[in-house]
Write a protein that binds this ligand. Structure first.
Ligand SMILES: Cc1cc2nc3c(=O)[nH]c(=O)nc-3n(C[C@H](O)[C@H](O)[C@H](O)COP(=O)(O)O)c2cc1C
Length: 179
């Protein structure tokens, strides 16, 4: 797929088929995450690949039923958990780069998954303490996000985005960029 087509095809998918995900596809998307850029190339991220139904069900106990993505965590055959160690990255002028580093790796992963015909849905709303217990994540790591991974059981129209004039400025703040 052309890069821009991958970007446009990626949507937050909250309904999954039970079909298993091929191990080569999981390897390919983890490799895409591994190649992400990071502050001073410190690569503070770690990924967990969760396949068992038992563990996926345990993970949902850290989610509120109000989270629209919670159901998908049991439907999809795999969950990828993104962790990051703030001490393995740095804070510069009050900016914690570990979140940015981890986010970049996760977005590489999500786009690579889309390219493989798979679906994902970033999940950020959960009880981190409970999830830490379920997964045995050590205290120095934050659990930054997770995503179900599997074959989509729904097509979704794109969600609206801000207009280009609202987000892209030219030489002066607020002056629209004229592309
Ligand atoms: C950091 C982050 C956290 C998110 N957390 C959740 C979540 O907890 N539950 C959920 O259903 N969707 C979650 N989303 C998905 C967003 O709601 C979604 O990306 C947004 O509505 C745009 O839709 P799209 O991804 O289909 O383009 C999250 C997305 C990001 C980037």
């Amino acid at each position: 797929m052309e890069f821009i087509d991958v970007v446009k095809k990626r949507r937050s998918i909250r309904a999954y088929k039970p079909d298993p995900v091929e191990l080569e596809k999981i390897s390919a998307i983890l490799e895409a995450a591994r190649q992400a850029p990071s502050w001073k190339n410190l690569q503070c991220w770690r990924f967990m690949v969760i396949g068992s139904r038992e563990k996926r069900e345990a993970i949902t106990t850290a989610f509120s039923p109000q989270n629209p993505g919670a159901k998908a965590l049991v439907q999809a055959p795999v969950i990828i958990v993104l962790c990051a160690n703030p001490v393995e990255s740095e804070n510069w002028q009050n900016k914690d780069f570990y979140m940015l580093d981890a986010g970049l790796a996760m977005e590489h992963l999500v786009l690579a998954a889309t390219d493989q015909g798979l679906a994902t849905c970033w999940q950020g709303l959960y009880d981190e303490g409970k999830l830490r217990e379920v997964l045995g994540v050590p205290g120095e790591f934050r659990i930054v996000a997770l995503t179900p991974l599997g074959y989509p059981a729904q097509e979704r129209d794109p969600r609206p985005r801000k207009a280009m004039e609202q987000i892209a400025f030219g030489e002066q703040w607020g002056e629209p960029w004229k592309g």
